[in-house]
Design a protein around this ligand. Structure first.
Ligand SMILES: Nc1ncnc2c1ncn2[C@@H]1O[C@H](COP(=O)(O)OP(=O)(O)O)[C@@H](O)[C@H]1O
Ligand SMILES: [Mg+2]
Length: 309
């Protein structure tokens, strides 16, 4: 357990292990967002959003470009000021500076990977893990890799690439490293902004598996457009449009929602589209179009009508 001559570390390590165990959220440790509003000089990029996500419910957040998805993540991580309330495990997030939000267990990734390219995979994880280490142990010369970092390397599938510079990792691998950095920071809420954009089919599949694994005990919100990916991995979906929640529910339910179909495919709105009860006429044509191209990515922007497919 302690092969090196660093006596105090045994106690420290077991304390760390216990802390890690305790870091697993309980059922009550959910994310609750109420009436979230972000106003950019009078333009409401996020407008009264309500969002509740519990651990184990892999939530996808979709919506056309400009719907406010990234702004929600920015608001929850302290990067833009917001009104309303946002709590994780009963603790308020809004109004806190970003580093304090991270310490409450809320982490995010960016659309473009933000790993430090000149450091190795392991060093990137180590820097991220340093957040939970005392200044003393962080600055002390370290001789071995903490167990939690080794575990995370395995989880994200980069154990064999631990010692290569992050700059030479493939696009997908950089995203996995970013997710790994959140894991070593013991994030219990992971807000992932388009993590599979630009990935190959194989990388998407691996990412989906990774998200399912880490989402079992954590709150995971994934911003994504690809319908096949969503169908394969989402437990639930929230659809955002013009800063507001347009629909929420299971994948099939949301996919059959006429308002969602209209936003995504530019289909003419049936008069009754906004009513909860949909007529078969309102559903038939556009729903069939959504259901059919299983591999089609939903447009990242509401495409001009007639350009779909
Ligand atoms: N800092 C900002 N200042 C002004 N408007 C912004 C700012 N950030 C985003 N927006 C606007 O807010 C809207 C939502 O943007 P965003 O959250 O990035 O959408 P999404 O991620 O869903 O594509 C867009 O209209 C965007 O132009
Ligand atoms: Mg975005």
């Amino acid at each position: 357990m302690n092969p090196t001559n660093i006596p105090p570390d045994g106690a420290r390590a077991s304390l760390l292990d216990r802390t890690l165990d305790q870091a697993q959220p309980s059922e009550q440790d959910y994310l609750e967002v109420l009436d979230l509003t972000v106003d950019f000089d009078g333009f409401k990029a996020v407008d009264g959003v309500k969002l509740t996500v519990t651990p184990g419910d892999l939530r996808f957040l979709i919506g056309p470009n400009g719907a406010g998805k990234t702004t929600i993540i920015d608001a929850l991580t302290g990067l833009v000021p917001a009104k309303g309330t946002a709590q994780f495990a009963g603790r308020d997030l809004l109004g806190l500076p970003p580093h304090r939000i991270v310490r409450l267990g809320v982490g995010r990734t960016f659309q473009t990977a933000s790993v430090i390219e000149g450091l190795t995979t392991l060093q990137n994880l180590d820097v991220a893990a340093g957040l939970h280490r005392s200044a003393w142990s962080r600055f002390r010369r370290r001789r071995d890799v903490p167990e939690e970092v080794t575990e995370v390397l395995e989880t994200i599938g980069l154990a064999d690439l631990a010692d290569v510079p992050a700059g030479i990792l493939a696009h997908g691998q950089k995203q996995w490293l970013e997710i790994g950095m959140l894991l070593v920071q013991r994030a219990q809420v992971l807000l992932l902004d388009e993590p599979v954009a630009g990935m190959s089919a194989a990388e998407r599949e691996q990412t989906g598996q990774l998200l399912m694994r880490i989402g079992r005990k954590r709150v995971v919100v994934v911003v994504e457009h690809d319908m096949e990916f969503l169908r394969s991995f989402a437990d639930s979906v929230t659809v955002l449009h013009q800063g507001k929640v347009l629909a929420e529910g299971g994948v099939a339910e949301v996919q059959a929602n006429p308002a969602v179909i209209e936003v995504y495919l530019g289909a003419p709105a049936p008069a009754a589209a906004e009513q909860a009860g949909t007529t078969s006429a309102a559903k038939a044509t556009p729903a069939a179009r959504v259901a059919k191209p299983a591999s089609a990515a939903l447009p990242t922007q509401a495409k001009p009508a007639g350009r779909e497919g």
